[in-house]
Design a protein around this ligand. Structure first.
Ligand code: NDP
Ligand code: 8X3
Length: 254
């Protein structure tokens, strides 16, 4: 039986690279995102290799998510892999300068969107049973504090704890759960974060030899293809160029 993977946020970055990686291995694809033209281009490209179903969806729209998943064509109903990838950071200013609308968008996308896709697809993953996997896109930002991470990092901490908690509730179903926690990776993520500012994007990655979306896709493919009795609980990865800063000390004694 062909395996099916459901990828949220397949229109760029990690999601798009995962679509290509899983198509290459013959998995059927359910690809979602808000940008219909990119979904269509990916479908046109990958349909030569495998079956592709696209869903133009905003993961924040619960009703649309419910309708789309309820309406999955029969041949895509049994899901072996869910890659909860759709997500974003907006801004990197200190909390005192942030816009509450941006905070709402990060919470609604990174937490609530991921909750919706997970809950709605659980019956489909459980129907597959042994060998099925959920891979959630957490981040080093969920593990380590850094200035300007505030709500973004906190949403990723949610993803980490939600992933661990899910494992308890899925015991006996065969469904595995992994939180993958990447560090600096080169993708449109930083263009989105900095409002399309190409100079800030370039500065983010200059000389860093950042992880590439294909590296993340290969890692996720490896996780989902472990023997069915093995669960990778979490996997944190960084480029070799990235390490931790020391503690900050305020010398003005306030
Ligand atoms: P990209 O910006 O390249 O891709 C993000 C994807 O998410 C796009 O396909 C976008 O599609 C989709 N998306 C965003 N908002 C929504 C929404 N409301 N509804 C549906 N889809 C949405 O970023 P990455 O590939 O780098 O990031 C993917 C995930 O990995 C994110 O969760 C991010 O937080 C996480 N991550 C990224 C790291 C990095 O350094 N790049 C490191 C660690 C984690 P569209 O706009 O078409 O809707
Ligand atoms: C993205 C990685 O370091 O920009 O989650 O927060 S970082």
């Amino acid at each position: 039986m062909t395996s099916t993977v459901f990828i949220t946020g397949a229109t760029s970055g990690f999601g798009e690279a995962c679509a290509r990686r899983f198509a290459q291995a013959g998995w059927s694809l359910v690809l979602t995102g808000r940008r219909a033209s990119r979904l269509q281009a990916l479908k046109d490209e990958l349909s030569a290799q495998t079956d592709v179903h696209t869903l133009e969806l905003d993961v924040r729209d619960r009703k649309a998510m419910e309708a789309a998943i309820a309406g999955l064509p029969a041949k895509y109903e049994k899901i072996r892999g869910l890659i909860n990838n759709a997500g974003l950071a907006l801004g990197a200013e200190p909390a005192t300068q942030c816009n509450l609308d941006d905070w709402d968008i990060m919470v609604d996308t990174n937490i609530k969107g991921l909750m919706y896709s997970t809950r709605l697809l659980l019956p489909h993953l459980i129907a597959h049973g042994r060998g099925a996997s959920i891979v959630n896109l957490g981040s080093v930002a969920g593990n380590w504090p850094y200035p300007g991470s505030h709500v973004y990092g906190a949403t990723k901490a949610f993803v980490g704890q939600f992933s661990l908690n899910l494992r308890n509730d899925l015991v006996g179903t065969g469904v595995r759960v992994t939180n993958i926690e990447p560090g600096l990776c080169e993708s449109e993520f930083s263009l989105v974060r900095f409002g399309g500012d190409q100079a800030k994007y370039d500065a983010t990655y200059a000389g860093a030899e950042a992880i590439q979306p294909e590296d993340i896709a290969e890692t996720i493919f490896w996780i989902m293809n472990q023997p069915a009795h093995v669960n990778i609980n979490s996997l944190e990865l960084m480029p070799v160029s990235q390490t931790w800063a020391g503690f900050a000390v305020n010398r003005s004694a306030k």
